[in-house]
Design a protein around this ligand. Structure first.
Ligand code: SAM
Length: 351
């Protein structure tokens, strides 16, 4: 840990509190409190709805000390929740050290950050305890089938299902809870997994969240008819047992939450396409190469790391962040005439 701190360019305390009384509010009146940081765009899976299978990493990644400095400035501007993602974040060997430093940061309200990780789970069994010990609070594991054979066909990695299942169980054992399992649904692809996934939630004690497929893939696969509408999803789930709605966890909660009539299992439905929640968006993203993305569907990157390379102080970084947030889009335009695919796909933005 000391070696990690050794090459940190720590800002002085005065600089670190640049925005304490001016939280980030975009021009649509939304408070920006949730930062997603991609720490690599390398991935050890080639999920067929996400990647072509031919292209590898396309963008660089930064030293952890630079992510830490950026996050520190964001936190001084009101960020409360940080999610580490990728690519596959567990491919970064120094992730526990980065988490350990992030866990020391305090929000403008003097609380610890809510620190979460999104992972494909392949390396989670061996790393879960170290991540928890470093200060990680929660983990979300992506898993698009509970049938091992279908899962292997999706990830294009043999034996992946059993690795991910072991990862989920290790995360629970380490107390990285609640463990959420995200499943992207595609018509004619894994829709037969809906009811088995609901059963999985009940058997394994995890929150299973179904996410609509978005036009964010490397290839050109997305069409509106590949998205499974919310009503159909609810109807299919109800064939297992009657669904019972649960209260939302706050305004910017993206999932509609349900349990079953016996209270066992929890299901989330995230419908960014058919029931967009942009009006309550509190998110901002940092790509692995240090660019800010104001929306998953942005056409532009905002080169924060370029400012840092040119020697920007923390105050200048904070001012760049404010100017960028002023440009945050009101909403996405999926499914509308003239919709343009974003300039980066999901794996290169950070999901
Ligand atoms: N490797 C990590 C993982 O698998 O969770 C983090 C990165 S991955 C790009 C983040 C999430 O994006 C995954 O849950 C994945 O299923 C989701 N995703 C990828 N492409 C998507 C798309 N076109 N529409 C919706 N979700 C997508």
């Amino acid at each position: 840990m000391a070696a990690f701190l050794g090459h940190l360019d720590l800002p002085d305390k005065q600089d670190m509190q640049v925005g304490e009384h001016e939280r980030l509010i975009d021009k649509h009146g939304r408070a920006i409190t949730d930062l997603r940081v991609s720490v690599t765009d390398r991935c050890n899976y080639k999920c067929i709805y996400c990647r072509t299978g031919n292209d590898g990493a396309q963008y660089s990644e930064l030293p952890s000390a630079d992510y830490l400095r950026i996050v520190r400035v964001f936190v001084s501007l009101g960020i409360e929740k940080v999610r580490l993602t990728g690519g596959e974040p567990l491919l970064r060997k120094d992730l526990p050290e980065l988490i350990c430093e992030l866990a020391k940061l305090r929000t403008t309200g003097d609380a610890p950050l809510d620190l979460a990780l999104t992972t494909n789970g392949h390396l989670l069994a061996e790393k879960a305890q170290a991540l928890k010990d470093a200060g990680l609070n929660r983990v979300t594991v992506s898993m698009d089938a509970v049938d091992p054979e279908i899962f292997g066909r999706i990830t294009r990695v043999p034996g992946s299902f059993h690795k991910v299942l072991a990862g989920i169980r290790a995360a629970q054992g380490a107390g990285l809870e609640p463990v959420k399992v995200n499943c992207v649904l595609l018509r004619g692809f894994n829709e037969d997994q809906i009811v088995p996934f609901a059963q999985f939630s009940r058997d394994e004690g995890v929150v299973v969240r179904f996410i609509e497929f978005m036009p964010l893939e490397e290839d050109r696969l997305w069409t509106p008819d590949k998205v499974i509408p919310v009503n159909e999803l609810r109807a299919r789930l109800s064939t297992l047992r009657p669904l019972v709605p649960l209260e939302a966890n706050g305004l910017s909660e993206t999932a509609q939450r349900y349990t079953f009539d016996d209270g066992i299992g929890e299901i989330g439905i995230i419908a960014p396409v058919s029931q967009a929640f942009c009006g309550h968006c509190s998110r901002i993203r940092l790509t692995s190469d240090g660019k800010i993305r104001t929306c998953l569907f942005s056409q532009f990157d905002h080169d924060l790391y370029g400012e840092m390379r040119r020697g920007a102080t923390d105050l200048q970084i904070a001012s760049f962040i404010r100017r960028t947030i002023d440009q945050k889009e009101a909403r996405h335009h999926i499914g509308e005439a003239g919709f343009l695919k974003p300039s980066r796909s999901m794996v290169h933005i950070g999901g």
